[in-house]
Design a protein around this ligand. Structure first.
Ligand code: PAF
Length: 293
């Protein structure tokens, strides 16, 4: 496995330029089984470059940039065991340099949800993802579905800026009791971990109501909110359309149930991507159906 610190080093790696799509899996490190599942998905298509960079511009004032877990050695050994072709682990100056003045502003999809509670967050995400795509020049990029709004905001950038990268969202990986894997779960003690299950319960309650025939957004959101109250601080419980994230009164077609809440020191998010029809509710996806890969 090659470890590259600069885009020039990456470009020199001929092993990445084979007759198969080059796949980028962008991460901020602190890897867990969720990230590894994205890598496995990518490896079915072609050589994989995993980027590891804790991006300061997507963290707001008072957020956990300094505390964010960093363990490059552990990350590298996990990736090595999966047979990843290369890791792109740039430093700050490679990514932002002295002249890092250009940013990418998101469109309407960044309004509300995490965009409402974290001003500037998606500008930071889009700017760094654009730089990573520019550095790696992948054919395909794989993102975790757990960050639903992030997936859809990035998809809009890739489409509007004609970046020519195919995007895939890998399914959320969960503990047996439903807790979505997240690097921030490391912040939770045992009691807080139990408390954090309210996010999964909230989404499950929303889905059950839809499965029972309810199609009113407000009724579904109110049910989700009730379950989420077990968190220390509720940020949102919402039902949005996919892919545009419109907030419509009647719930139908491709949608996402999305929640965010603080539990102890951790800000946690989770979602269910669903397809709601007249006959019922089935699992959905955000960017492109990964089952066909
Ligand atoms: O999802 C993440 O880990 C980050 O937001 C990303 C996409 C790597 C950009 O820093």
């Amino acid at each position: 496995m090659e470890i590259c610190r600069t885009s020039v080093e990456l470009a020199a790696r001929k092993s990445l330029r084979v007759d198969k799509p080059l796949v980028l899996v962008p991460t901020m490190g602190a890897l867990h089984e969720g990230h590894l599942s994205l890598v496995r998905l990518g490896r079915r298509l072609g050589p994989v470059v995993v980027s590891i960079f804790v991006n300061p511009t997507q963290f707001g004032e008072g957020e956990d940039f300094d505390a964010y877990p960093r363990d490059l050695d552990a990350d590298l050994s996990m990736l090595e065991s999966l047979g990843v072709e290369a890791v792109f682990a740039p430093g700050m100056s490679e990514m932002y340099g002295d002249d890092g003045e250009v940013t990418v502003l998101p469109g309407r999809r960044a309004m509300g949800l995490c965009g409402g509670d974290r001003p500037g967050h998606f500008t930071g995400v889009l700017t760094v993802v654009a730089k990573l795509i520019g550095a790696v020049r992948p054919d395909v990029a794989v993102f975790g579905r757990k960050d639903a709004q992030q997936c859809l905001v990035i998809a809009q950038m890739v489409e509007d800026l004609k970046m020519g990268v195919r995007l895939i969202d890998g399914p959320t990986i969960r503990e047996p009791d439903g807790l979505a894997l997240s690097s921030r779960n490391r912040y939770l003690d045992t009691g807080q971990r139990d408390q954090a299950l309210c996010l999964f319960r909230s989404l499950t309650a929303g889905r059950q109501l839809l499965a029972a025939g309810e199609r009113g957004r407000d009724a579904v959101a109110a049910t989700m909110l009730r379950e989420l109250k077990a968190a220390d601080e509720v940020e949102y419980a919402e039902v949005r359309r996919v892919p545009g994230l419109e907030n419509e009164k009647r719930v139908t077609g491709r949608i996402v149930l999305a929640v965010a809440a603080k539990v102890g020191p951790a800000r946690l998010i989770d979602n269910f991507a669903l397809e709601v029809t007249d006959h019922g509710v089935i699992d959905g996806f955000l960017l492109g159906d990964p089952t066909g890969i």
